[in-house]
Design a protein around this ligand. Structure first.
Ligand code: C2E
Ligand code: MG
Ligand code: MG
Length: 526
C-alpha cells in the first residue's frame, strides 16, 4: 500500500511540478514581454507629445513670420491658412493685454473685451501656456493654448493622447514642471495616472502594468498602463485541475504497480502451492543406446501448468531456485518418478531414470539420504536412480565434491548436464569423478554444419573418451547426427528423433510397442 501511495504521490508530483514550472516560466516571459510592449507604447506616446508641441510652436512662428498687421484681413487670412496647414492646431490668432484680439474663428473681437486669464505656466524659452482654457465660443470645450509675443494657438488636448491602440490602453500627458495632467485619454483615471507618474510607473498591481516616458526636449512626459494577462491568476483552479490529473495518473501507476507486484507474488505463491499440492507433473524422455537403438533409461522432467498455460521449466526451475523451493521440487519429482516407474525399474534391473538436481541438493547429504530411504526394500538398485547436475551446480566445489562422492559410493551414477554451456573445463570436472557427460543440444545442433562452433562437439567427445566417461548426446533431431555420433564413439543419445518427453502411460505404451516389434527405436520426427 505504501508503494501505491508513493506512486500516487510520484504521479502527482510528476504531473503538477512540470506544469507549474512551465506555467511560471511562461508567466514570467509574458510579463516581461508585456512590460517591453508597454514601454514601447509610452515611447510612441511621447513622440506624439513632441509632435503636437512642435506643431504648436511652428504654427506660432509661421504666424509671426508674415509681418502682417495683427487683425488685418491679411493677418486673419494667414491665420486661417496656418490652422488649415497644422493638423493639431484648431485656432490661431492675436492676443494682447490679457484679451483675445482676433482669430479666424472669433473674427475681430478687439472691441468686445474677451478676457484671457494669466497663463498657468511659462516655458524657459518664453512660451505661455494655458491648460484647460475655456473657449470663449463654447461652455464645454477646454483647449490648451500656447502663446508667444502676442500670437496664440489652440490645441485640442486629445491630440496628445488619441493614438490608435487596439488594446485601448489609457494614456496621460504630464507637464513635468508642474506634475500636472494636461491630457487624459478616454477611460483613464486622472488620480491613478498621476500617482503612477509620481512613482515612475512602479505600482504594485496584479491587474495593471504601468510605464512612463520623458520627452527629451520639452517639460513633458507620458504615463501609460496596460492590463496584465497573468497565467497564474487562476492558479487555484489550475492547481485543482492538474492535481486531480496527477491523482488520476498516480492512481493508475499505483494500480499498475499493485498488479505487477501481485502477479510476481502470486506467480511465486502459485509455484509454492503447486509443489505443496504435488500439482507438478513429471514426464519421461527416453535415452537410447546409439549402437543398439535400445532404450536404456529415461530422464525425468518436471512440467507445470498454470491457468491452462504450460510454464517452461527453464522459468519455474529458476524461480524455485531463487525462492528456496528447489529442494521440495526435486523431492516431488523423485517421488512421482518412483510412483510412476517402480514397477518398470523392478522388472528391468538395467533400466534407469535420471533425475535433475540443483546446487542446493548437492550442498548437503539430505537428498542422498532421502533417495536411500525411498529405495530401501523396494527392489530397485541404486544404479537405477541417476543424478543429473549442471555445471552451475558444481560452483560450491568443496561441499559438492563430497556429496557427489557420497552419491557415487552409494551406487548412483552422476551425469553432468548441459556440458559445454558453463565455464568448467572437462579436466576440472573430472576431479568430481563423474560417470556420464551430456553434451548440450547447442553443440549437437551444429553437427553436419559448417559453423565454427561445430568443432567443439568433436573436441568434447575426444576429451570425454580420454577421461573414460560415457557420453549422452542431447537434443538429437536428425539421423545424420546419429551417424556422426556413432562414428565418434558416442554411446547414448536423447532427442525428439527417438521420442519427446512422455507421461508414464505413453512411455509404457511406447516401450511396449518397441518390444513387440523388436524393431529399432522409430524416429518421432524426421
Ligand atoms: P535438461 O535437463 O537439459 O533437459 C533436456 C531438455 O531438452 C528438456 O527441456 C527436453 O524437453 C529438451 N529436449 C530433449 N530433446 C530435445 C530435442 O530433440 N529438441 C529440443 N528442441 N528439445 C529437446 P525441458 O523439459 O524444457 O527442460 C529444460 C530444463 O529444465 C532441463 O534441461 C533441466 O535443466 C531443467 N529441468 C527440467 N525438469 C527439472 C527438474 O525436475 N529439476 C531440475 N532441477 N531441473 C529441471
Ligand atoms: Mg537434464
Ligand atoms: Mg541438458
Amino acid at each position: 500500500m505504501s508503494l501505491i501511495a508513493a506512486y500516487i504521490a510520484l504521479g502527482c508530483a510528476a504531473t503538477v511540478l512540470p506544469v507549474l514550472v512551465s506555467v511560471y516560466v511562461a508567466n514570467e516571459h509574458v510579463a516581461r514581454r508585456e512590460q517591453a510592449d508597454l514601454r514601447a507604447y509610452a515611447a510612441k506616446a511621447v513622440i506624439r507629445t513632441d509632435l503636437v508641441t512642435y506643431q504648436a510652436r511652428a504654427a506660432i512662428a509661421e504666424l509671426r513670420a508674415e509681418h502682417a498687421e495683427p487683425c488685418s484681413p491679411e493677418y486673419l487670412q494667414r491665420a486661417a491658412r496656418v490652422i488649415f496647414n497644422h493638423l493639431y492646431v484648431r485656432d490661431a490668432g492675436a492676443i494682447g493685454d490679457g484679451r483675445y484680439l482676433c482669430s479666424p474663428l472669433f473674427g475681430d473681437v478687439r472691441t468686445q473685451d474677451v478676457v484671457l486669464p494669466p497663463p498657468r505656466w511659462r516655458s524657459s524659452d518664453g512660451y505661455q501656456v494655458w491648460f484647460k482654457q475655456k473657449n470663449p465660443l463654447s461652455d464645454v470645450r477646454e483647449d490648451i493654448q500656447v502663446a508667444r509675443d502676442g500670437e496664440y494657438v489652440s490645441i485640442d488636448p486629445q491630440s496628445f493622447v488619441d493614438i490608435i491602440d487596439p488594446a485601448g490602453r489609457p494614456i496621460a500627458t504630464i507637464n513635468t514642471d508642474l506634475n500636472l495632467i494636461i491630457a487624459l485619454s478616454a477611460g483613464a483615471d486622472a488620480e491613478d495616472m498621476l500617482n503612477a507618474w509620481k512613482r515612475a510607473g512602479r505600482i504594485d498591481s496584479s491587474e495593471w502594468n504601468y510605464a512612463v516616458a520623458h520627452s527629451s526636449t520639452r517639460s513633458l512626459g507620458v504615463v501609460v498602463k496596460g492590463r496584465r494577462t497573468s497565467l497564474l491568476r487562476d492558479w487555484p483552479g489550475l492547481l485543482t485541475m492538474w492535481l486531480s490529473m496527477g491523482v488520476a495518473l498516480g492512481a493508475a501507476l499505483g494500480w499498475l504497480a499493485f498488479k505487477l507486484i501481485s502477479r510476481q507474488v502470486s506467480f511465486q505463491a502459485s509455484l509454492e502451492w503447486a509443489i505443496s499440492r504435488k500439482a507438478i507433473d513429471v514426464v519421461y524422455q527416453p535415452i537410447v543406446s546409439l549402437a543398439t537403438n535400445e532404450c536404456v533409461g529415461v530422464e525425468a522432467l518436471a512440467r507445470w501448468t498454470l491457468n491452462g498455460r504450460e510454464i517452461s521449466p527453464d522459468i519455474f526451475v529458476a524461480l524455485a531456485e531463487q525462492h528456496g523451493l528447489i529442494q521440495s521440487l526435486t523431492d516431488l519429482v523423485l517421488d512421482k518418478a518412483l510412483d510412476d516407474l517402480t514397477e518398470l525399474l523392478r522388472s528391468q534391473p538395467s533400466f534407469y531414470v535420471s533425475v535433475n538436481v540443483s546446487g542446493d541438493d548437492l550442498c548437503t547429504p539430505r537428498f542422498l539420504n532421502l533417495v536411500t530411504a525411498k529405495l530401501a526394500g523396494i527392489g530397485i538398485r541404486a544404479a537405477q536412480i541417476r543424478i543429473e547436475a549442471t555445471e552451475r551446480s558444481f560452483l560450491n566445489a568443496d561441499v559438492t565434491r563430497q556429496t557427489i562422492a557420497a552419491f557415487r559410493s552409494a551406487g548412483h551414477p552422476i551425469y553432468i548436464d548441459d556440458f559445454g554451456t558453463g565455464y568448467s573445463s572437462l579436466a576440472y570436472l573430472h576431479t568430481f569423478m563423474i560417470d556420464v557427460l551430456k553434451i548440450d543440444k547447442s553443440f549437437v545442433d551444429t553437427i553436419g554444419q559448417d559453423a565454427a562452433s561445430s568443432i567443439v562437439a568433436p573436441h568434447i567427445i575426444d576429451m570425454a573418451h580420454e577421461l573414460g566417461v560415457e557420453i549422452v548426446a542431447e537434443g538429437i533431431e536428425r539421423t545424420e547426427q546419429v551417424e556422426y555420433l556413432v562414428g565418434r564413439g558416442v554411446q547414448y543419445g536423447q532427442g525428439w528423433l527417438f521420442a519427446k518427453p512422455m507421461r508414464r502411460e505413453e512411455l509404457v505404451a511406447w516401450l511396449e510397442a518397441r518390444r513387440a516389434s523388436h524393431a529399432p527405436a522409430q524416429p518421432a520426427i524426421q
